[in-house]
Design a protein around this ligand. Structure first.
Ligand code: EPU
Length: 418
């Protein structure tokens, strides 16, 4: 199992390119199931979760080939079996994204129920409820969701909470349904918008993209398309947090600043100077960050996927910050690890109170989930001596060559394998 050895204390200087967004690429790859035609997807990040998704699609008979570093050719002309097995779903919950497309195009699907995970229970009841409203017959047996429908029918669906993959699954299903589907309380995340734009290119009829009411007029057939995945706003935000914590002057190329408003606002309040010029974002930090609190919320609020990274900045900030996690019930697993690095953090329910210290110490810590590991990397970069971060495979799920990019910025990061 790989670990990172990070020798902290270097300010960051230089330029890096932001990769394609994991959470846009995953639903976009699953959308290839909606058509028999070839689909080409560009700007696909090289990640463990993308490989898992390709294994999943491949296991059903979808042809998937890399063309060059970041382009994929996919073709789901026919599939052998509409099944997502437990082995794949347990390594990546986003596998649930095949459920909607499979029922919509092939009339049936068996997808393993994702279990709980490191950040919370994460049920998929809204995905199921929405598909049932569209006429799917669903039963759960031996840990699998079995769904059947001759043809899904348009319906009005109001989700109980804002759900990102739930909205994506229902939007994909509705694209091939008979009639009009209205999804109310829909997620407005930029990744949902990116998927919707790809579906439009495939011939889907969707209105209200980027709003909380999405209307989909189902069509009989979708066609293939070429689509380029949007830049990863969470990866970009992670680099910005790193420079806020360590100081320095960096440029992010291929960044999508409009999707990062809430993060940019927090980091500006922390003292980071940020200049945006198209897809180029320059960030400069002199001195210690100021403490800045946050409350996670669906887009356009502050993303739960940035919470651990902002907490790491607050660990070395001047002042005390209150961070409230409202999306997932157990997304503070990084706190005990940050405390091992010398951070002062108290947890009261869903709130973390972070009292900044002038400097963190190095220690051995353990990554528990993807964004927690990104928070630990930032804290380690700001610590005064060497930190070892174990179980770095969590980071590899969602960050494309993180250590290479950090080294390009002058950080002292090594990957070690045992
Ligand atoms: N929820 C339910 N029932 C459902 C669906 C969701 O109770 O049927 C709850 C969840 O348990 C959670 C809340 O609703 O408390 C929101 O969850 P959501 O469904 O929006 O999360 P998700 O779609 O499973 C995506 C991202 C996550 C990101 C969240 C929130 C992908 C592949 N994953 O998950 O990304 O944290 O939205 O923005 O898009 C990550 O990249 O590290 C990551 C975890």
């Amino acid at each position: 199992m790989d670990s990172f050895l990070v020798r902290g204390g270097n300010p960051l200087h230089g330029e890096v390119s932001v990769s394609g967004a994991k959470n846009a690429a995953l639903p976009i790859l699953c959308a290839s199931l909606l058509t028999a035609d070839p689909v080409r997807v560009g700007n696909v990040p090289r990640l463990r979760d993308i490989n898992t998704c390709l294994r999943l699609l491949g296991s059903m008979g979808v042809q998937c080939f890399w063309h060059g570093e970041n382009e994929l050719a996919l073709r789901a002309e026919e599939i052998s079996e509409p099944i997502a097995s437990y082995d794949l779903v347990k390594t990546m919950r986003a596998s649930i994204l095949v459920l909607g497309p499979l029922v919509a195009r092939f009339g049936e699907a068996s997808v393993s129920l994702p279990g709980g995970c490191a950040i919370g229970q994460r049920p998929v009841d809204q995905h199921i409820k929405g598909l049932q409203a569209m006429g799917a017959e669903i039963h759960i047996e031996k840990g699998y969701i079995h769904a059947k429908a001759k043809r899904l029918k348009g319906a009005r669906i109001v989700t109980d909470m804002v759900t990102v993959t739930g909205t994506e699954n229902l939007m994909m299903a509705a694209a091939l349904a008979d009639g009009t589907t209205v999804i109310e309380n829909a997620a407005r995340e930029p990744e949902v918008v990116d998927l919707a734009k790809m579906l439009l290119k495939m011939g889907a009829q969707i209105e209200g993209i980027g709003t909380d009411t999405i209307t989909v007029q189902g069509v009989d057939k979708l066609n293939g398309c070429d689509y380029t995945v949007m830049p990863d706003r969470i990866e970009a935000g992670t680099f910005l947090c790193a420079v806020a914590a360590c100081g320095g002057d960096i440029v992010l190329n291929n960044a999508d600043a409009p999707s990062m408003d809430a993060t940019l606002e927090k980091l500006r309040a922390a003292g980071l100077s940020i200049d945006v010029e198209g897809q180029r974002v320059r960030a400069r930090m002199a001195g210690r960050p100021k403490a800045v609190g946050a409350r996670t919320a669906p887009f356009p609020g502050f993303a739960t996927d940035m919470q651990a990274q902002l907490m790491a900045v607050n660990c070395v900030a001047d002042g005390t910050a209150v961070i409230n996690e409202t999306i997932f019930e157990n997304r503070f697993m990084h706190v005990q690890e940050l405390v091992r690095l010398g951070a002062h953090i108290e947890i009261e329910g869903h709130t973390a109170i972070v009292k900044g210290v002038p400097q963190l110490d190095g220690a051995t810590v353990m990554a528990t989930d993807l964004r927690a590991s990104a928070g630990l990397v930032i804290a380690a970069l700001a610590a005064k001596d060497e930190t070892r971060i174990d179980r770095i495979y969590h980071l590899d799920r969602g960050y494309d060559r993180m250590e290479e990019k950090l080294r390009k910025l002058g950080a002292d990061v090594k990957r070690v394998s045992e």
